[in-house]
Design a protein around this ligand. Sequence first.
Ligand SMILES: CC(=O)N[C@@H]([C@@H](O)[C@H](O)[C@H](O)CO)[C@@H](O)CC(=O)C(=O)O
Length: 305
Amino acid sequence: MLRVEGVIAAVFTPVKENGALNLDVIDRYVDHLVSQGVLNVFVGGSTGEGVNFSLAERKQLTEKWVTAGSGKLQNVIVHVGGVSIPDSQDLARHAESVGVQGIATLPTLFFKPQNADMVAEHLKMMCDAAPNTPLLYYHLPGNTDVNIRIEDLVNAVEKLGVPTFSGAKFTGSDLRDLRRSIKLFGDRYVFAYGCDEQMLCVLPLGCKTFIGSTYNYAGRLYNKLIDAYKNGDMETALRQLDKSQSLVGVLFAHSFDAGINKQVMSLVSGIDMGPPRYPMVYRSDDEMKQVRSELEEGGFLNGIY
Ligand SMILES: CC(=O)N[C@@H]([C@@H](O)[C@H](O)[C@H](O)CO)[C@@H](O)CC(=O)C(=O)O
């Protein structure tokens, strides 16, 4: 059973200028997260460009996050999804063998499941490969075009029997589905919301767990938002949400993708994440100068969170 609340950083994958993994910076990366009160990571998801890396690289990455996070992080959750189930099972087995706290999978990305029963079947195969590791389904319909209602998925999973199933990372817009899932199954499973700039909209729905990219460099902003909400201080919570929306507004103004996000992480954290991989574009120095001045203007380089 995965018991995790608060923010989980969907971490970037640092590479060198030549594109090879840059595992050495991950120790500093962990300290950077911990200094913001971010104690959980989601490795190799969309922000981490997981599917852009080879199986060997994904395994090295998992091993590094587990060792670097030991004694510092609470949960290392690794995304193992992709196109082929045997490859994902291989990653899942490996992740379990090195002691991750959880794994997650997108639906199969080329031949896509048509209904909740098919997704449940996929999850069962992942459970067979890693029978002792909590498993999350990664719901990202905007990218995958697989739009299965999570309520239906949980029912299908319970009918089939997938003992490691632990919930879903919910990056969808159907908030009725999110609320119903929390209401019906929230005592047994985790439903982690994935739109950082909408965090305050789902706190009243009972959502307690959040996986996202901007927690990498603005963890304090969101931790303050959650605390304010818990203390009934809606004015502060809303102010924090406005800051989050201004922050992502800078990214949106520069054709948001995992590529520019990675470059913003390098700017804000001072840890070089290197370029994104094909097909994302490495933004020019001129564009990044502009991004830097917009972030400065918002106070996002000065820690005004
Ligand atoms: C589509 C996308 O990138 N979504 C992000 C958000 O954190 C997103 O970057 C943020 O809300 C800004 O829109 C996360 O849900 C992605 C994520 O958790 C992951 O990398 O797996």
